[in-house]
Ligand binder design. Structure first.
Ligand code: NAD
Ligand SMILES: O=C(O)C(=O)C[C@@H](O)[C@H](O)[C@H](O)COP(=O)(O)O
Ligand code: ZN
Length: 348
């Protein structure tokens, strides 16, 4: 088992990464009078009994949501908060987010607003959640076409990553997680980007040692960025590379066409084109990024007729300022810069 620490003063927490951690989960959960396991139907069917068995005689209750992005809204939040009240959860209880990023974002949000905040722990089960969404304390839900429009910054008490659960992931979900993994290579750590390129076959085969390294490195990079800028006033914005277009694509298609990671891959591809159009990225690096995304097998074409709609949604992005759309663009290997662009600069 490896441990990565997120340094946030009194809100610091450990990320445990290893094989089979689910079997000793009680050891990592910390103090509580009662647990609420929040999960989705797929994860519950695969791992619910195992988790329950490993909790032994502990007092716990469980709430199971429908899988997928369409659950990520205020209706689900109200249902969960009502259940928490019915189950008499207190400020000494703990919420366990047991699932992918959807479960994690909803569980963290519910924990952050119930009784003005009760502790929660992340037990991420998708690659995307293990490398990104379980770390950093962004919680929330979507409002209509606008992603994560309602939310809080609320850190978990711990993140417990059992790498064994990745082997039941559908191939599409695994590649979706690779979207955020590639992001970490581009935004800060060019050595890691080279590692990804060199090991792409082993990654696609889900080689255990390689995946352990990939997960640890992403958690380290994200943990360091979050420690520097918890509330996204500055450097944390680089984690949004690919997300201005990515989030708009998800919303424009009612969360039905792309997974989050797929939308981020397309977003990074298109935003790298914007960097080239602005003349801010070296030509060879432009090809390195775009070739790698294509080689992952991503279909990066979107129909031209959707561009106006895309821009309309991007106009509502949280990162925008001065009436302009914010883009985080690659300007050199491992170096990003924010550009505020108006609509006319995007129509060419
Ligand atoms: N808070 C953050 O910092 C942050 C960062 C990145 C993404 N996100 C959010 O995360 C969400 C995407 O997360 P996701 O990609 O994990 O999607 P998800 O939670 O919808 O999970 C994807 C699918 O995999 C299934 N699944 C989960 N674990 C499994 C396992 N071990 N084996 C088999 N199937 C399994 C789920 O039931 C679901 O059908 C988006 O809403 C995105 O906005 C948040
Ligand atoms: O943790 C962050 O900060 C991120 O930006 C991580 C992103 O991968 C994630 O998708 C995040 O939810 C996007 O930011 P948001 O503020 O637009 O929700
Ligand atoms: Zn993301």
């Amino acid at each position: 088992m490896e441990k990565v620490q997120v340094d946030l003063g009194k809100d610091s927490y450990p990320i445990y990464i290893g094989k089979g951690l689910l079997d000793n989960i009680s050891e990592y959960l910390g103090e509580r009078d009662k647990l609420l396991i929040l999960t989705d139907k797929n994860v519950d069917a695969l791992y619910g009994d195992r988790l329950g068995k490993n909790l032994g005689d502990e007092a716990f209750c469980k709430y199971v949501i429908e899988p997928g992005e369409s659950s990520k809204n205020m209706d689900t939040v109200i249902e969960i908060l009502s259940y928490m009240l019915k189950e008499h959860l207190t400020r000494e209880s703990k919420v366990v987010a047991f699932g992918g990023g959807v479960v994690g974002d909803i569980a963290g949000f519910c924990a952050s607003v119930y009784m003005r905040g009760i502790p929660f722990v992340q037990v991420p089960t998708t690659l995307l959640a293990q490398v990104d969404s379980s770390v950093g304390g962004k919680t929330g839900v979507n409002l209509s076409q606008w992603k994560n429009m309602i939310g809080t910054f609320y850190q978990p008490k711990a993140v417990i990553i059992d790498t064994d659960v990745l082997y039941s992931l559908p191939q599409r979900e695994f590649m979706s997680g690779m979207g955020e993994v590639v992001k970490y290579g581009i935004i800060q750590d060019n050595t890691f980007f080279n590692y990804l390129k060199e090991n792409i076959h082993k990654i696609k085969d889900m080689d255990e040692a390689v995946m352990q390294h990939v997960i640890r490195r992403c958690c380290q990079v994200k943990g360091q960025i979050v420690a520097l800028d918890e509330k996204e006033q500055g450097v944390r914005k680089i984690l949004n590379f690919g997300h201005t277009i990515g989030h708009a694509l998800e919303g424009m298609t009612q969360y039905q066409k792309y997974t989050h990671g797929e939308a981020v891959l397309i977003g990074m591809y298109m935003e790298t084109f914007i960097a080239r159009r602005l003349g801010v990225i070296p030509e060879d690096y432009f090809y390195e990024i775009t070739d790698f995304i294509q080689n992952l097998g991503m279909d990066v074409d979107i129909p031209m007729y959707d561009v106006q709609k895309l821009i309309e949604i991007m106009m509502g992005d949280k990162k925008n300022a001065q009436g302009k759309i914010s883009f985080i663009l690659p300007v050199a290997r491992g170096k990003m810069k924010e550009y505020l662009l108006d609509i006319h600069e995007l129509q060419w």
